[in-house]
Write a protein that binds this ligand. Sequence first.
Ligand code: ATP
Ligand code: MG
Length: 450
Amino acid sequence: MQADNSSLTPQTSLRVIPRDQHNVSRKEISPNALRVLYRLRDSGFGAYLVGGAVRDILVGGHPKDFDVATDATPEQVKGLFRNCRLIGRRFRLAHVVYGREIIEVATFRANSDDGSGDRETDTGGRLVRDNVYGSIEDDAVRRDFTANALYYAVEDFSVRDYTGGFEDVQNRLMRLIGDPETRYREDPVRMLRAVRLAAKLGFEIEAATAAPIPHLAPLLADAAPARLFEECLKLFLSGHAVESFLGLERYGLLSALLPESAAALKSNRSGALRRMVLEGLKGTDARVAADEPVSPAFLFALLLWPAYCRDLMGLQAQGVHTAEAQRRAADRVTLHQLSTIALPRRFSLPMQEIWLLQSRFQQRQRKRVFRLLSHPRFRAAFDFLALRMAASDEHASDVEFWREAQAHPNELLAQQEAQSQASAGEEGEEGDGRAPRKRRRRRRGAPVAE
Ligand code: ATP
Ligand code: MG
């Protein structure tokens, strides 16, 4: 351990938690990460597991990725590993590659605010450049939360704590290192990280860390949309979507992240839309827990559905024809959201399809039923319909019909046709399968699925 006392930041004091007083076991660390740690140490460098992995192991989790911090420079790391490549221009990082597993090795890094000019903030206090190497203490204090700034030392298996993170983890608290407002201004995404990590770990956000969030939330509008997209996936597709959503709501971040949906949720007095979103997120969490795939398209269809519904109603109130209104609402909501979150087209297009398919569930003509059943987005759109029903049982008969239609399409349609022929008398259904308007309307409400 080579502590560089000259750069010791005032608020740090080292606490060493020996192996017998913590539960970070090598069994929980990937063999490749251990390999990297040992090679660095055997070559005379400081070598620590750091960040989310240490934090997660301390709370009994099983981390998937492992970050290493060292006093070796990226070039020195590269010299030690044949399977190493250097990445990043702003700040060089070493990636040691073992098949699909990448161990990220970062050289201790400082937030040099000593006026040396290597760290820049813009007029709002946002960090635009920080690329200075530093000591382990410097590296600790430039991290965001105390729980994320714990170092597991491979030389003696101790945990090194410079910011009080060990105690915060025991007390299940997310606490920012340093002055919270300054740290949020440097990087507004830290507000989302606070909510996300609290949701993931079941932690509370410590009072002083939570306090500035509601009034700084609008700063998120300036964050990079691509980064916010990635952050959204972590918020909602990691198994704690409901908790994330409640946290975002609680701290006023939902309006910053999904402004139109947040507004639509506020104006939806019955609360049906919010119930539906929560129900959908609950389903997402259940799928993640069961190791089933989850799709960003479905997620965003859900998150932006309130905005879509509100837009659609507005357009219809202006007299725009339904099909046209649906298309325009879908486009507008997508376009507006893109200024905050860079939702790639490969997700926004299927998201829109899920919305637009909703109105087709009311159509029961044979040809259309089969066409919809074979639509590539049918299953997602149907699951979405079922969610809408869960929130307000308005769509119960549609859900029932389409559930049957998937299981026994031919029987169902034969039965349905017999029924409609009996009730329609002389009006036979021919040709393109399009029923006369009057009969279509009547059939829509009928208990077709019996
Ligand atoms: P998870 O992997 O569960 O998302 P994590 O804490 O590992 O959580 P990463 O984005 O992988 O998150 O970041 C790794 C580490 O880098 C963090 O633990 C933290 O120490 C540091 N870090 C990440 N983002 C920031 C940030 N915005 N500001 C300061 N430090 C950060
Ligand atoms: Mg991580």
